[in-house]
Design a protein. Structure first.
Length: 282
């Protein structure tokens, strides 16, 4: 609305110049990018309203590195925290404040089918979200199953260890039943980096998710939306030009480097979900 206001003001001669520039991105689709963009053969002109920043290298994990990291995490809570971040693109603060209330047993939902992705709406009243804006993420069915088993078993055991008996809303708790702090998450990844022999930082998981997802959607013949907009919405970016950085990344890489599709990443984490003991419901 603000962009269109300035465009109207320029047409009416109320201002001499627009207070923003235009940039081009590759959309990967012929239509349906944004209302205010000009489509030209798969490329779109979009407004660049953000302040210029120094270009930073985007570091992400190769498929083999993801597998090594997951195998190196012996702590179940740390494993699931890692998996949630790399398969949904959550920021570190979002993952450690992710509410236990968002987890449910997908097998009891008749509207859900094994193998599909489950839309979970994040809200700032429940957790920490950058910019404080609600957004939806898509959680793989098998991951929701594992998180449900975790919350019914391991998490409850940890919650019972709280020294003062306090209850926390967060899904992931320390062995003493307390929510993870930023320093604690940093420590987990520092220790992981030491074990695997290469640097692993929380934000690299978000970059990994975005890179493989965007690559996969652009190659998919079944996906009907715009890949760039889908990834933007899952990541919660304020402007699509931020998400477009990943386009430049995958366009500059050899196909063999980013050849793993999203389902290949999912396959790394697929394993039988533990069942409840006989006579005990999860």
């Amino acid at each position: 609305m603000v962009i269109r206001f300035y465009q109207w003001a320029e047409r009416e001669g109320l201002i001499d110049n627009l207070p923003f520039d235009y940039g081009e991105v590759q959309t990967g689709r012929d239509a349906g990018f944004l209302d205010h963009v000009d489509e030209r053969g798969g490329r779109a002109s979009t407004t660049a309203v953000l302040l210029s920043e120094e270009a930073r290298e985007i570091r992400y994990l190769a498929k083999e590195q993801i597998a090594v990291c997951h195998e190196s995490l012996s702590n179940q809570t740390h494993q699931l925290l890692f998996e949630l971040m790399v398969r949904t693109g959550l920021r570190q603060m979002e993952a450690r404040s992710f509410p236990d209330a968002y987890i449910f047993d997908p097998d009891r939902r008749r509207d859900l089918t094994p193998g599909q992705r489950i839309r979970v709406v994040l809200h700032p009243r429940d957790m920490e979200i950058k910019l404080g804006k609600p957004r939806g993420i898509d959680v793989p069915y098998d991951l929701m199953q594992k998180l449900w088993v975790y919350t019914a078993r391991s998490r409850q055991a940890r919650a019972n260890n709280h020294p003062q008996g306090e209850e926390s809303a967060q899904l992931f708790l320390t062995e003493r039943g307390k929510p993870y702090t930023k320093d604690a998450i940093t420590g987990i990844f520092r220790s992981l980096s030491s074990r695997v022999g290469f640097k692993v930082e929380p934000h690299m998981l978000r970059h990994t998710y975005a890179t493989y997802l965007l690559w996969s959607l652009r190659k998919s013949k079944r996906f009907e939306g715009d890949p760039l907009l889908y990834v933007r919405d899952r990541l919660g970016h304020a402007d699509v030009s931020i998400t477009a950085v990943y386009l430049h990344l995958i366009n500059s890489l050899e196909g063999a480097v980013v050849m793993a599709h999203e389902d290949e990443i999912d396959q790394l984490f697929r394993q039988p979900v533990p069942q409840a003991p006989e006579g005990q419901a999860i």
